[in-house]
Design a binder for this molecule. Structure first.
Ligand SMILES: [Zn+2]
Length: 552
């Protein structure tokens, strides 16, 4: 991206001050013609610091020329993808918008449900999923930035697209004109009948051209010199990937494999997957003529490769370092094209992430941390054992479903009996090897957790009827999961600390160190779009020094 001097702006400001003939002047912030919300999944804040010297593209530009909030955190307990995206775009907590996890146990349907499933609609362009549930933001119970924009100006376009369905759907909100996502079974971009009756001709054409297929037979190799990877650990490390494909180079397909779902899944989980989504974003921008008139548009753009690579190899892997360097370059190319199309002066780019991630527990132990990997079976066994110890309780008589963050009980209500049962169970579970604390639905629905450590984030993350009745606070650095890889999901810093960056004309570049929250993201953008912010929004607009462009 080209650096453009800000001299013109300064001169314009000086002239205004001169002609008005008075002291400080406050001009309204220049309203962008398009806001691009870029949510890079699992982008830990520390990546920008650790690899800053290696970046020269889009991440470098945003960090250098943007207003960077260095102390932004998610403030809900279950830091998964769906609540992260929903929180960023609604400015509300999961306790308000209802997206408590990627999925949750639904009592009436007696099964786990996805945060975006909706049987009243169908997925477009997915012959492989003809019988699968449709998808929509129906379960998202609050409005999004896109909804606020559409309410203000129905001629504004709101389009959300992402590597993953839930990112695209939840970021866009109910009134989005379209949500597109990469379908790893077909290698094509899909949407939902919630948004569109059918895919537009330009999307069909894009899909038919199958630009992703050019990566068939491609190999992901290191981009940098060997010495650059000293910023990460050795390439060969226990507990990465499937235990076999742990080192560079990483071929995208097995020998003799034909073009199909296995390849597309590996493509989506590689840096080339993000490259493809960015290409589709540019095609969208051009086909829909986004940012071309006075009606401000919103493009939400979700990139998932960083998440896939992080959970497979961990945040200290050479794979993650290489991915981020490639992402930086791909983003640089993308933003340069966008600037060329729309003009920098009409553009506002905002970057955030849905959550961070825990380093591999094996790596943490090597560094002296008390970290552990607990298998789901081990955790389940411990829980069942503790429940059996309870008087008169066979586990199945109290337990409906076991979720990785808690337990769904047969006594969902808040009557005395239910609260007593919850409290008894909680007392027993506090002794489990991986548990630091236990919150109950009864406590979270009352103010009983006010003084408790992490009580606020558990309350922010709790939604009655969707959250479990018993919620675990895992010990820090404890991972419950499979034998390899890692995950997010806790309320600890490694999972909650993410960058928030705002980049555009009138925003003063610099590092803003005041603590802030991801619920502040949407209201800040609403301010710059001149939108009124719904009263129920939990966040508030972040103030940048030259907010309102004060000329002195
Ligand atoms: Zn994610």
């Amino acid at each position: 991206m080209k650096k453009r001097p800000r001299l013109i702006l300064v001169l314009a400001g000086m002239m205004l001050t001169y002609f008005s003939g008075c002291g400080p002047q406050t001009l309204p912030p220049p309203k962008p013609r398009i806001v691009i919300v870029l949510v890079i999944e699992q982008l830990r804040y520390d990546y920008l610091v650790r690899f800053g010297s290696l970046f020269s593209g889009g991440l470098a530009e945003l960090a250098r020329e943007g207003a960077v909030f260095t102390n932004a955190r998610h403030r809900h307990a279950l830091t998964e993808c769906a609540p992260g995206h929903a929180t960023l775009l609604t400015g509300c907590y999961p306790s308000q918008h209802g997206i408590v996890g990627d999925q949750w146990y639904d009592r009436s349907r007696r099964r786990l449900v996805s945060s975006v499933e909706d049987s009243s609609c169908t997925i477009l362009n997915s012959p492989f999923r003809a019988n699968a549930f449709g998808k929509s933001p129906r379960q998202l119970l609050r409005t999004t930035l896109g909804d606020w924009l559409k309410a203000e100006d129905s001629s504004s376009q709101v389009i959300s697209l992402a590597s993953s369905d839930l990112a695209a759907i939840l970021m866009g909100g109910r009134r989005a004109d379209a949500a597109y996502w990469f379908d790893p079974t077909s290698g094509k971009f899909s949407s939902s009948t919630h948004h569109l009756p059918g895919l537009p001709a330009w999307v069909k054409k894009w899909n038919d051209a199958a630009p992703g297929d050019r990566f068939f037979n491609a190999t992901w190799e290191k981009l940098l010199t060997e010495a650059d990877y000293l910023l990460s650990r050795e390439d060969l490390f226990v507990a990465e990937a499937d235990g076999i494909h742990t080192t560079f180079p990483h071929p995208l397909n097995e020998e003799g494999e034909s073009l199909g779902a296995n390849f597309y899944q590996r493509l989506a989980a590689s840096p080339f997957g993000d490259e493809l989504v960015l290409e589709f974003a540019l095609a969208t921008l051009r086909a829909q003529q986004l940012g071309k008139d006075e009606h401000a548009d919103l493009l939400c753009l979700g990139l998932s490769a960083t998440h896939s690579i992080g959970k497979t190899y961990g945040p200290l892997s050479q794979e993650q370092q290489d991915n981020l360097v490639r992402l930086d370059l791909n983003l640089g190319n993308f933003l340069e094209e966008v600037e060329r199309e729309i003009g920098r002066e009409h553009l506002l780019v905002a970057l955030a992430s849905d959550h961070g991630v825990l380093p591999l527990p094996e790596e943490l132990r090597r560094r002296g941390f008390e970290a552990a990997r607990v298998s789901a079976e081990e955790a389940h066994e411990e829980i069942t054992g503790a429940l059996q110890e309870l008087a008169n309780a066979k586990p199945d008589s109290v337990l409906i479903a076991y979720a990785h963050n808690g337990l769904y009980l047969h006594t969902p209500g808040f009557g005395n009996g239910a609260i007593q049962t919850q409290a008894q169970i909680a007392a027993h579970l506090r002794t489990l090897s991986f548990v630091a604390d236990v919150f109950t639905a009864g406590e979270l629905a009352s103010q009983a957790t006010e003084a408790r450590e992490y009580g606020d984030v558990f309350r922010n993350g709790y939604f009655a009827g969707r959250s479990p009745e018993i919620l675990f606070r895992r010990k820090p650095y404890f991972l419950i999961g499979g034998p390899r890889g890692t995950a997010a999901g806790s309320m600890y810093d490694y999972d909650t600390h993410v960058p928030l960056i705002f980049w555009g004309e009138g925003l003063k570049a610099g590092h803003y160190e005041m603590p802030c929250s991801t619920v502040d993201f949407a209201p800040t953008l609403a301010h710059w779009l001149g939108l009124s912010i719904p009263r129920e929004v939990a966040g508030q607009k972040l103030t940048m020094e030259s907010d309102g462009l004060v000329q002195k």
